[in-house]
Structure formats: C-alpha cells, structure tokens
Design a protein around this ligand. Structure first.
Ligand code: NAP
Length: 527
C-alpha cells in the first residue's frame, strides 16, 4: 500500500511540509497519491541510522548479505500487480516493459547475492613474511576490498525499477556492505515506495540492522544536495542528465572530505556506417536502426542519437530508407511532461541550426506527452563547426552526418565527447581495412559494437556500462553487471596482523574457501 511517506530506516515518516504528486503521462493527469518530501530532520535521522548500521553491516558475512539480497528479490516478486500498475501509471511505459524491467531488477539482485555468497570478489591477496630475507626481512601483508560507508543512490527517471530504488546501484552497494539511502525519483515516488517496502521487509526478515536502507522522497534538488554534502555519506550513485550528475560531482568534490560520485549521464552513442555494408544490406540496417532509435520512445542512455557515414550513393539511399522507416513509427508516450517538453525543445533547437535538414514530416496531430520520432541530416563540415549538434536529445531522435571523406570521419570521431557505446556497421573486410576508424572510436567509448545496435544492455560480468566523461564521471568502472560492486569498496592492507583477528577472507586457514592470490599463486588452499 502506498502511503506517500518516507522510509527512515524501517519507520514510515512524514514530518516535512512540502507535498507533491506523480503524473500519469498517458492520461495527462496527476496520480492520486500525495507524497511528502523528506524534512531536514528526517534526512539527518536516515544518515545517522545508516552510519550506525554500517558498523554492523560492513562486517556481516557474505552468506547473510546474500540472504538479504535474495529476500529483496522475493519481496519484489510478492508485490505482483500492485507494483506493475503504479509503474505504468507513473511512467507511461507498458506492462510488458514493467515485467521485463522487474525481471532485470530481480536478476541483478540474485546475481549480487550469488557473488557475495561465493565471496572471492573481495580480491584477497596474501604475501607471507620472509624473515630470512636480507638485508630487510619481508613483512606479512594481506589485502582485500572493504565497503566505503553509507551510499546515496539517485533513482533514474528512465528505469523506475532496474536503476532506481532496488536497482543496480543499490544492489551493488548493499552487496559491498554499504547501507543505502535512496533519493527517490519524484516522477515515480509510488513505485519507489513499494520497492522500498520490499527492501525493508527483507531487512527485517533476514535480521539486518535498522538503517541499512532508507528511502527519501523529494520534489526538488534540496534533499539530494543535503545528502551529497553530508559528512557521514561516503559515495554517490546517479543516473540522469549531465547537468544533474555534474552538479552533484562538483558538490561532492568541494566537500571538506571529497567523496566519489559515480554518475552515468549523457551519450549519443555514435554509429559508423561503412559503404560496403550499406551497399549489401542498407535496407536491413535502416529497419534495424528505425527500431533502435524509437525503442522505449528513445529514452535509453544507449539510444543511437548520431550516425556517421561517408558521402556516397549508398549513404543517401540508407538515409532515405531510414527516413521512410521512421515516418512509419507512431508517436509514443514519454516518461513525463518535462521530459517530453525537453525533447521537443531540444529537437526544435537542432532542426533550426544551419545546414540541418529534417527528414521526417512530423504529423501535425500533436498528442500531449507523445514524442514524435525524428531523424535529421547534416554535412560533416557543419557538424564539426557546431558542437550544439553533438549534444544528446533524449528521446526518439537521431542525426545522420554525411562526411566528405574518411579523414573527416576520423576527425569527427576523435572530437566527439566520451560515449557509453560506439558501433561500426561494416563487412568484416571493411572493419579490417578501416582500422584507424575503429581505433579512434575505441578511444571515445566504453563499449564498441560490431554490426548490431547499442540499445539492449546485457547484465553480465563482461559488460562495460560507463565511458569517458560525460558518459560517466569515472570511465574505470561499470554501472552494470556484478563488477559494478567495485565502485563502493576500497582496498585495505593488513600488515603483520594476528591471524585470529584478521577478517575471515585473509586468515591462514581460508575458512570461506575463497579464491585468493597467495604468494603469487591463485588458490583456494590455506596460506
Ligand atoms: P535529472 O534532471 O538529471 O535528475 C535526476 C535526479 O537528480 C533527480 O532525482 C533530480 O532531483 C536530481 N538532480 C538533478 N539535478 C540536481 C542538482 N543540481 N542537485 C541535486 N540533485 C539534482 O534527470 P531526469 O529527471 O531523470 O531527466 C531529465 C533529463 O535527464 C532527461 O530529459 C534527459 O535529458 C536526461 N537523462 C539522461 C539519461 C541517460 O541515461 N543519458 C537518463 C535519464 C535522464 P529532482 O528531480 O528532485 O530535482
């Protein structure tokens, strides 16, 4: 049941004065529930509970954390239709999408449960002492990863489940041993509260300390700003706009004790179209890309917002086919009126730039909150001169750049901002003969794709979701897959520490039977 209150640890509370409602973009009306923004006092209590909980939760066994994470997954499953209903009402997304996103969320939670149960993720390294070493005897050193402390997670507007309350950032932080305070996204506060209730139930069932999780409502930036600046908060996870992510990054780095902000932000996900591939299968790629550009109303961080080719009859043909395919797509509901308005405004701004041609005659039948898909074209020289054309337009939008020649294509790629993904559409022979293009692209992206689409982010260990700024604030880490746990930990070395006082992961007898690097050999044996 949705109450509109905040979870301050396991207590529902609403002492704040500011209230707000979520919005149903399909019906174009407010939803019924009234949410109370977290008060300063509630923020303070949530943080001090998290700080207190950290003392116990940071040392809890991997098996216990795994029980907790699996129980969160069970509790989310138990929410059943109530969760799906509010998800659709608050996002305009379909029930099928809600079911698939819930599946992804549960899969992520169970993947982290599995990881921490096995335990080897802590990267234990042991170098035993050598007192006979001359001239200086070697000390005993043992290193492993430990949690950072309480983490603040900002829910993402475009993934109300998989990158919000119990999404990837939260699951990874809880797996690492960090209490989490979620700054719920105001567009889906009801979805957030239901999922928060599942986490709180799971915490109680599995005996986790109170304060291991809190969920705070907000309708503006104040709650998030206070949290990021709070001395007891030790790291931040964020998915959203470059402006929002950068503002939080700046705040965090200006604190007396700076803390890391792992923000996943803007990306236009360039697609390089090479001539032979377009000649062989131009029609297939036009259809594939019309689908990818419009998938989920284009509201994916991996949406292909930029396509680059070399001027030729094949490219012209591809552009015409793509425009034809996109024209067939109906407008689809976007997440929220503000996201819809931002899309329409940014799209218009780009269309009005010099040398830009719109290729799709948008129907004049405007439905409120329904984004009309758009594809534009521009010459390479104009694109190079006008960096406004390089910016993300969040929605069903893409711009095709017609480069004069290979050199210009390479120059454009090397001048692009950092990206989550880059794709090359080519024959295998072309990929081999255009090596400089692939190399230039690799330097700008976190994931490079051959003959595919960037949308659809597989949750697995080999996934890299993050790229050079502004795709993310730290390209060394991924926000998807179990390796994202590394954002919430730091290494510590124990020198000459008594065996019986070491963490289990580093003890001689290896009681957890985890894989460790002992004197240069990877092993599950004793040290
Ligand atoms: P957003 O505006 O970046 O907001 C995300 C979250 O951060 C919200 O909870 C927001 O709080 C908070 N926030 C934003 N600026 C802040 C600041 N200066 N200080 C403290 N907190 C701040 O993103 P959004 O609401 O999800 O969507 C808006 C736009 O972001 C979209 O139109 C799109 O351009 C972009 N976006 C990009 C991606 C991507 O993956 N590339 C994903 C989602 C959104 P409040 O809402 O409470 O103010």
């Amino acid at each position: 049941m949705i109450t509109g209150k905040n979870y301050i640890g396991n207590v529902l509370s609403s002492t704040g004065l500011t209230t707000f409602k979520t919005f149903n973009p399909i019906k174009n009306i407010e939803n019924e529930y009234v949410f109370t923004e977290a008060s300063q006092e509630e923020i303070e209590v949530a943080v001090s509970l998290a700080d207190e909980a950290f003392k116990e939760y940071s040392t809890i066994s991997g098996v216990k954390k795994s029980e907790f994470l699996n129980e969160i997954a069970n509790q989310i499953e138990n929410l059943d239709d109530e969760l799906l209903k509010i998800y659709c009402e608050e996002s305009g997304l379909t029930k099928e999408r809600a079911i698939s996103e819930r599946g992804r969320t549960i899969f992520q939670l169970r993947s982290f449960a599995n990881l921490v149960k096995k335990g080897s993720w802590v990267n234990a390294v042991i170098e035993t002492s050598d007192i006979s070493r001359k001239p200086i005897p070697k000390v005993d050193l043992r290193k492993m990863l430990i949690p950072l402390g309480p983490v603040v997670v900002f829910g993402a507007s475009n993934f109300p489940l998989a990158y919000s309350t119990a999404g990837g950032d939260t699951a990874a932080a809880l797996a690492a041993g960090c209490p989490v305070i979620v700054k719920s996204h105001p567009m889906h506060a009801g979805t957030g509260e239901l999922v928060a209730s599942a986490i709180i139930n799971a915490a109680e069932i599995t005996g986790m300390p109170n304060g291991v999780f809190s969920n705070l409502n907000s309708s503006g930036i104040e709650v998030g700003t206070i949290l990021v600046q709070h001395p007891q908060i030790k790291a931040v996870g964020f998915t959203g706009s470059v402006q929002g992510g950068r503002a939080l990054f700046n705040l965090a780095s200006q604190r007396p004790e700076p803390i890391p902000v792992f923000a996943e932000m803007g990306s236009v996900n360039p697609v390089i179209l090479l001539p032979k591939a377009l000649q062989n299968s131009g029609e297939k790629w036009a259809k594939t890309y019309a689908n990818s550009v419009t998938l989920g109303s284009g509201q994916f961080c991996t949406n292909p917002g930029l396509m680059l080719g070399i001027k030729s009859a094949e490219l012209t043909n591809f552009i015409n086919l793509l425009a034809k395919e996109i024209s067939k797509k109906e407008p689809t509901c976007m997440l929220h009126p503000t996201i819809y308005k931002a899309f329409e405004t940014k799209k218009e701004q780009i269309i009005n730039q010099e040398g830009v041609y719109s290729l799709v005659e948008n129907s004049t039948n405007i439905i409120q909150n329904f984004g009309r898909p758009s594809v534009l074209k521009v010459d390479g020289t104009q694109f190079l001169q006008n960096t406004k054309l390089h910016q993300e337009v969040f929605g069903p939008f893409s711009i095709v750049v017609q480069c004069e020649n290979l050199n210009q294509l390479e120059e454009i790629i090397s001048k692009l901002e950092g990206q989550l993904t880059g794709t090359i559409i080519a024959t295998p022979e072309e990929l081999n003969s255009y090596k400089s293009i692939a190399e230039a692209l690799q330097n700008r992206v976190g994931r490079i794709i051959f003959n595919g689409v960037p949308t659809g982010v597989e949750v697995c260990v080999a996934m890299q979701h993050g790229g050079p700024y502004p795709a993310s604030t730290d390209s060394r880490f991924t926000a998807v897959g179990v390796q994202s746990i590394k954002r919430w930990v730091r290494p510590i070395s124990f020198q000459n520490w008594p065996n019986n006082l070491l963490p289990d992961e580093l003890r001689n007898e290896n009681p957890l039977h985890i894989s460790r690097l002992v004197d240069g050999k990877q092993t599950t044996k004793n040290s």
